[in-house]
Design a protein around this ligand. Structure first.
Ligand SMILES: [Zn+2]
Length: 315
């Protein structure tokens, strides 16, 4: 199923596989001024082409190489053979060989399998900016949910197309690919741009993005601090999951463990470890397999070695 929403000159195109007439999971593409940002999953590609009947595509930019964002690309390329297609340099190999995604069954069922698309150019070739007849979009590197993730910022309108960097709601389950240091840093980059409209990868368009971005950073940093506190008293990852979430997320069952609270807690531990390893003398590094237990022995408080989040905490 597909829904179109007009936001001034920007058209939000929300796409999802439907179950009993209801959407399972929305992914968005956006069209503005001949530029298509992302292409949705392959299972809705035919509907996307029908929606684009009255919206000619001259350029395509992909925020990252996940299947729910690149799946419609082959169809768009077929319909608009002259369109120029761009993605970050790091995304190109996956877009050209989508089998590199190694899709689990739930991803194939939910979104379908993307077809390989050649002739995708690196955004480096555009000096990291995209010009349309009336707008100039700056490319901002925003890794974290994937290593190849970029966002697009239009500084005059203060529009920010952020792909999956900003996810609504409480974090309960992550994949092993998600990197908390990258995600928190990317969210801080987004706030520094002071956007006035945030166009997210799910199609939710936020009109007051600053407090929401700060709230998301605060949510993640607070979770990492809670994990650190539990590490100090010697709990292992499963015990921390039980303590903070009571039980493993339902998503872990549905995705056969690809998304899990366990991964999220591991990501917090890796994030916390960055701030302690910088300060600890090398001879106090833990033995292999004892990676996180140093919090219990160290006199350094990992919570105090993080960068200040005063701004985030102020909202
Ligand atoms: Zn994604």
């Amino acid at each position: 199923m597909i829904h179109l929403e007009q936001h001034g000159p920007v058209v939000a195109i929300r796409m999802s596989r439907a179950l009993f007439g209801r959407p399972i999971y929305w992914t968005a593409a956006y069209w503005v001024d001949g530029l298509l940002i992302d292409t949705g999953p392959s299972c809705t590609a035919a509907e996307l082409l029908r929606a684009l009947d009255k919206m000619p595509v001259e350029q395509v930019v992909l925020t990252h190489s996940h299947e729910d964002h690149i799946g419609g690309l082959a169809a768009v390329r077929h319909q608009f053979p002259a369109a120029r297609i761009y993605a970050s340099q790091r995304a190109l190999s996956t877009i050209q060989q989508p089998e590199r995604l190694q899709l689990q069954l739930y991803r194939r069922l939910l979104w379908g399998i993307p077809k390989a698309t050649p002739d995708v150019m690196s955004l480096d070739e555009t000096d990291n900016q995209i010009c349309t007849p009336t707008h100039l979009f700056r490319v901002v590197e925003t890794p974290g949910y994937s290593v190849d993730h970029i966002s697009l910022f239009e500084p005059h309108q203060r529009w920010l197309f952020c792909g999956d960097v900003y996810m609504e709601g409480k974090e309960e389950a992550w994949t092993p690919e998600f990197n908390m240091f990258g995600i928190v840093s990317s969210l801080r980059t987004l706030t520094s741009l002071r956007p006035e409209k945030l166009f997210t990868g799910s199609g939710a368009v936020r009109r007051t993005p600053q407090p929401e971005l700060h709230a998301k950073i605060r949510q993640l940093v607070t979770l990492a601090r809670e994990v650190a506190r539990l590490e100090i008293i010697g709990l292992n990852t499963s015990e921390i999951v039980a303590c903070l979430f009571k039980e493993e997320s339902r998503l872990a069952f549905l995705t056969r463990g690809h998304f899990s609270a366990l991964n999220l807690v591991e990501a917090c531990r890796a994030y916390n470890a960055i701030f302690t390893s910088e300060l600890e003398p090398h001879n106090s590094y833990p033995a292999p397999g004892d990676r996180y237990s140093r919090f219990g022995r160290s006199s350094i408080d990992p919570l105090k070695s993080e960068p200040s989040d005063e701004n985030d905490l102020a909202g």
